[in-house]
Ligand binder design. Structure first.
Ligand SMILES: *[C@@H]1O[C@H](CO)[C@@H](O)[C@H](O)[C@H]1NC(C)=O
Ligand SMILES: *[C@@H]1O[C@H](CO)[C@@H](O)[C@H](O)[C@H]1NC(C)=O
Ligand SMILES: *[C@@H]1O[C@H](CO)[C@@H](O)[C@H](O)[C@H]1NC(C)=O
Ligand SMILES: *[C@@H]1O[C@H](CO)[C@@H](O)[C@H](O)[C@H]1NC(C)=O
Ligand SMILES: *[C@@H]1O[C@H](CO)[C@@H](O)[C@H](O)[C@H]1NC(C)=O
Ligand SMILES: *[C@@H]1O[C@H](CO)[C@@H](O)[C@H](O)[C@H]1NC(C)=O
Length: 667
């Protein structure tokens, strides 16, 4: 949709007015006035910052039943083997047509930090096309951009900052305007790397990590078939089949990868929490690469719900040398039409920016992380539109020999959290098993044959985001191969992970662990079993204890209906144990070996009243003590809460899923 505002109309007319000679004035007025009236008439509201749907529809039960498994039984974690084309999932799969931008070609493009005016634009709109640009740079915070003054430019002029709005006029006052991205030339960054910076234990390869939001391994195979085939068959990519998430949502996936810690372990950065600070002080892995002389790049779309800006306060300073945020902040607010910036679809935008990085720093070490969300976070099949372009990107990297010294990672954060596939049992498992893969160059395989062989072996055992971080550390200071010490939460994939690794070793909570065999609790048992009743009661008590500090505003919750209950009573060595503290929010795993605790778990799907909230919670029944414990992070809200928590939503966003305000807004 066209979304012009009064000011864009005024801007469009300004250059004409500047150059006005009287005899043109009438003509211009004749064009601009009716145009303004037309444009303002069809003006629609600016798109609101897009928000992740925080409410989730029904969860299907996590039951591993009858799945064929080709894993040897000596593995402690037997993760589910799923079928990407199972009829249950294919029912949600739809063929998509490609993205159609409103225009076919941009008049201006960027070629290795140089403005180029396209040949065909010159043919169509005359050799005297006049163009100007305004630089777009990061403002004082993650939520502002700075626009430079308008400066005329010619074909071949340099791009001075990474992002620019360009405006051109051609014959018959034809106009072109869009926002462009590139990697500008910065001599200090070129001068950063000195060979002496790499210690003899650093592996010294570029890292390119490219991902999509909310894509399970199965969904990647379903939606990105051509590029997946090329990646696995032609490039020899290795896909981690036992990769399991360690928490709910994108930060819970990306923080362990990028910092080695969970959000709760890092300094408080959540909006509305006392003493919360921006996330600059986190131990970001890109800083470690920077110390070795690497140039760093990070970029994601959906600036309105940025991974580190939506619930958290974002960065105070730019985190990486090249940071895409200002582009999408300006672009998504003012220039995006039909998923495109000019003639460039949103995902191609990110791909091109990655290419620009490799062109600009062809022979320099670089760390790049690019992440695209728009098509996959809320849709089941839409990601198909990116398949051809991802394939093209991989082929471009390979043909240009950029992969010769690059470790390529294709990945996702988690599977779908709230689209319709989540109503199925497989969908629930897929949420917990995102796509994650590595591809190593020939040079790496020759130099580190054992490490390479270990990654291949490890692709068949339980792995987590923490392992990815350890693998980065191992790239920086390689400590050899051998057997991984699974007493540590995260281990490098270059070391062989023993088959005895469980979710407990990897510190994956039962709620997210896909290696547990849950069994259904029979309807009759449900009604009479005292432990089941206590487990249900403990969920309601927990919900009320969360809202208790706001009990003057939030209604006390009572049990509505209980749907299904599943139980795990398998070996408790495989379960992560926690230190039992009053403050479960920041609880710590108990790693002392001296408790012989046996636990039975219940996963309960129930509704509450008033407000009809649907929740899924995992309850820990400590058999010896008889306690029933529910941890904050093992409760999922399954349905929309809408305006129900309006009375606390702004100040205490973490209570939104639980609070039903005593006074409800009339709708
Ligand atoms: C979970 O509970 C909700 C609310 O009671 C219900 O609508 C849904 O069908 C339940 N899901 C399953 C898989 O039982
Ligand atoms: C199991 O895996 C082995 C080795 O990868 C393979 O040869 C065999 O065909 C597989 N069996 C099944 C039933 O998939
Ligand atoms: C790395 O350098 C140290 C001293 O600078 C040397 O002792 C060691 O043998 C070297 N290691 C390798 C693998 O070259
Ligand atoms: C791009 O420009 C930079 C800076 O001038 C130069 O170092 C680099 O080699 C160029 N890349 C290509 C592929 O021409
Ligand atoms: C790598 O080793 C060096 C030298 O021991 C150390 O200073 C640096 O902190 C290490 N880097 C990482 C990321 O562990
Ligand atoms: C419980 O389930 C019954 C039957 O499905 C339904 O009529 C009732 O509204 C539900 N109660 C609550 C509180 O969800």
């Amino acid at each position: 949709m066209v979304r012009p505002s009064l000011s864009t109309v005024a801007r469009a007319c300004r250059p004409f007015l500047n150059r006005t000679v009287l005899k043109f004035f009438t003509v211009i007025a004749m064009i601009c006035i009716p145009l303004s009236i037309y444009l303002l008439h069809v003006r629609i509201e600016p798109i609101q910052a897009k928000r992740y749907v925080k409410s989730l529809p029904n969860y299907a039960w996590l039951i591993r039943s009858g799945q064929s498994s080709n894993q040897t039984d000596d593995k402690a974690c037997v993760y589910p083997v799923l079928d990407p084309y199972s009829p249950e999932m294919m029912a949600f799969f739809e063929k998509q047509s490609p993205i159609q931008c409103e225009i076919d070609e941009n008049w201006v493009y960027i070629e290795n930090a140089t403005f180029r005016i396209s040949e065909s634009a010159l043919k169509k709109y005359g050799p005297d096309i006049e163009c100007s640009y305004r630089t777009i740079t990061r403002g004082k915070t993650d939520f502002e951009v700075e626009r430079g003054p308008s400066v005329p430019f010619k074909d071949g002029d340099p791009l001075k900052t990474d992002f620019a709005i360009v405006q051109c006029y051609g014959l018959l006052w034809k106009k072109f305007e869009t926002i462009l991205s590139g990697i500008s030339y910065q001599p200090d960054l070129h001068a950063r790397y000195k060979p002496s910076m790499l210690s003899n234990s650093s592996m010294g390869f570029n890292v390119l990590m490219f991902g999509f939001d909310s894509v399970s391994r199965m969904t990647w195979i379903r939606n990105l078939k051509k590029s997946y085939d090329y990646f696995t068959k032609e490039l020899g990519g290795i896909v981690l089949e036992g990769y399991n998430i360690v928490g709910d949502g994108t930060p819970q996936a990306l923080l362990p990868i990028l910092t080695g810690f969970t959000e709760a372990e890092l300094p408080e950065a959540r909006r509305g929490k006392p003493n919360a600070k921006q996330v600059d002080g986190f131990p970001w892995i890109w800083n470690e690469f920077k110390k070795l002389g690497y140039v760093t790049q990070w970029g994601e779309d959906l600036s309105g719900v940025g991974t580190f800006q939506y619930r958290m306060l974002g960065f105070n300073e730019t985190p990486t040398d090249h940071n895409l945020r200002p582009f999408f902040l300006e672009g998504e607010n003012n220039y995006e039409k039909s998923n495109c910036f000019g003639a460039i679809p949103s995902h191609v935008q990110i791909i091109n920016w990655g290419k620009d990085m490799f062109l600009m720093y062809k022979d320099k070490p670089k760390f790049s992380f690019l992440f695209h969300s728009k098509y996959s976070h809320g849709y089941t099949s839409k990601l198909q539109v990116a398949d051809d372009d991802l394939l093209g990107f991989l082929q471009w990297l390979e043909k240009g020999r950029f992969l010769d010294d690059t470790i390529l990672i294709l990945m996702a954060d988690h599977g779908a959290r709230f689209t319709s596939v989540r109503d199925t049992v497989q969908g629930k498992l897929e949420e917990r098993m995102p796509f994650f893969s590595f591809r190593f160059p020939k040079k790496f395989i020759e130099k580190y044959p054992k490490a390479y062989a270990n990654v291949k072996k490890n692709s068949k055992v339980l792995t987590t985001p923490f392992d990815i971080h350890e693998t980065f550390i191992d790239m920086i200071n390689h400590t050899g191969t051998g057997v991984a010490d699974i007493r540590r939460r995260g281990v490098s994939l270059f070391k062989e992970i023993p088959k005895s690794r469980t979710c407990a070793h990897a510190q994956i909570e039962a709620h997210w662990c896909t290696c547990l065999n849950w069994e259904k609790v029979d309807e009759n048992v449900k009604k009479v079993d005292e432990n089941v009743k206590k487990a249900i009661g403990s969920v309601i008590r927990k919900l009320n204890s969360i809202i208790e500090p706001q009990s003057h505003l939030c209604h006390e919750l009572e049990l509505g209906n209980v749907s299904q209950i599943v139980r795990y009573s398998g070996p408790s060595e495989t379960l992560l144990k926690f230190k039992q503290s009053a403050d479960n929010d920041g609880r710590l795993p108990d790693l002392s070996d001296n408790i012989a605790m046996s636990e039975i778990l219940y996963q309960i799907n129930l509704s509450t009243k008033p407000g009809n909230g649907h929740f899924e919670a995992t309850v820990h029944h400590a058999v010896q003590s008889g306690n029933f414990i529910v941890y904050d992070k093992e409760i999922s809200r399954l349905n929309k809460y809408g305006n129900q928590p309006y009375c606390v939503a702004g100040k205490l966003p973490h209570l939104r899923a639980y609070c039903y305000c005593k006074e409800q807004l009339s709708t």
